[in-house]
Design a protein around this ligand. Structure first.
Ligand code: AMP
Ligand code: MG
Length: 337
């Protein structure tokens, strides 16, 4: 299959009509969103959704996020809209927030990975919204990378992973945020954050009160343990390079790595201390770190890095999302200095 790329910032009408045509006929289209690029299919068509799992090499029990463009579309996808979901949607939608609810009969089992719940998000990116509107369908869209590798923040990285596997990539420029959405479930009595993102736990608690943070956000799932979010049990965000996180000051990092053959994954302004370095954002600035992390991981591979030592971000605010991705890309190898 030949993979075509259409730049929607230059060929708006053609991009929209081609994307809508493919999606309506049960095909796959990679689309830009503000978090990362998504690999979209008609969420209500089980056969179309199966193609997503195949193109990504994604395990079939790892459910997909369904994307909508306005609140009216939510009702038909879920059993009932909980009051707290309405409050959250009012404040954070459209935006980088995914909410899990009991699903309706319209959602095929392949879309929800066999669960009785469904994850829904209303993206803010204007091109994503226009594509959803143009095809008139809710779109199941996980990140548009091969399963296991870092999520793509631009059309070129989508092409690197998906060339020959999908018919169309819509290029809408770089993703503004750079990490995937916050995922929170409302399927249980007390809401729980299953994956941190740009909408922070602190912001959510301020709005709706008690919220749990699932244990798997910060720690490796125990052998044989049950994942609240199936995605958390799989290897994730991993470049080919072998990453170890060094927790501690820059001085200790320099001391520990002295004389070693490695690439440093460090913050801007720290690269001068190392022979080989890739930076990911500014120190103590979670927004810029989130924005750079996945690109930095891909750049390490492009530079042929084998062994990588990484600086550790602050573990609060959006930094929690950065840390959550980084520990997975490092296979949970962390050294306290
Ligand atoms: P991705 O679309 O690749 O960004 O991944 C979506 C994430 O949301 C994965 O970690 C999924 O396991 C999680 N997810 C999606 N739907 C559900 C659901 N119904 N229940 C729990 N987790 C979900
Ligand atoms: Mg993903």
């Amino acid at each position: 299959m030949k993979t075509k790329i259409i730049d929607i910032t230059k060929q708006y009408d053609e991009a929209l009509s081609e994307a809508a045509r493919i999606l309506k006929s049960g095909g796959l289209v990679a689309i830009p969103t503000e978090t990362v690029y998504g690999l979209a299919a008609n969420a209500l068509d089980g056969e179309a959704v199966k193609k997503i799992y195949k193109a990504k090499g994604r395990p079939s029990d790892n459910p997909l996020i369904v994307h909508i463009s306005n609140m009216e579309e939510l009702g038909q996808l879920v059993d009932e809209i909980p009051e707290k979901v309405k409050i959250m949607a009012e404040k954070f939608w459209p935006g980088p927030l995914t909410m899990i609810m009991k699903k309706s009969g319209l959602i095929p089992d392949v879309t929800s990975g066999g669960l009785d719940t469904v994850a829904v998000r209303m993206p803010e990116n204007k091109y994503a919204r226009a594509i959803i509107k143009a095809c008139g369908l809710p779109l199941a869209a996980p990140s548009a990378n091969l399963s296991g590798s870092p999520s793509p923040t631009n059309a070129k990285y989508v092409y690197d992973d998906m060339n020959g596997r999908i018919p169309l990539i819509i290029d809408g420029g770089r993703s503004k945020i750079g990490v995937e959405s916050t995922v929170i479930t409302f399927a249980d009595e007390i809401p729980a954050v299953l994956r941190p993102g740009a909408v922070t736990v602190e912001e959510i608690r301020n709005l709706i009160g008690e919220v749990r943070v699932d244990g798997a956000v910060l720690h490796k799932l125990k052998e044989g343990g049950k994942a609240s979010s199936p995605g958390m049990k799989y290897k994730h965000y991993a470049p080919r390079a072998d990453i170890t996180i060094l927790k501690g000051s820059l001085e200790k990092f320099i001391e520990y790595t002295k004389g070693k053959d490695f690439f440093a994954l460090v913050f801007e302004g720290e690269e001068m201390y190392f022979e080989n370095a890739v930076t990911y954002g500014k120190p103590l600035d979670g927004v810029s770190e989130a924005n750079r992390l996945f690109d930095a991981l891909r750049e390490l591979d492009e530079k042929g890095a084998k062994k990588v030592y990484a600086r550790c971000p602050e573990i609060s605010g959006i930094g929690l999302a950065v840390y959550n991705r980084l520990i997975r890309s490092a296979g949970f190898k962390i050294i306290e200095l």
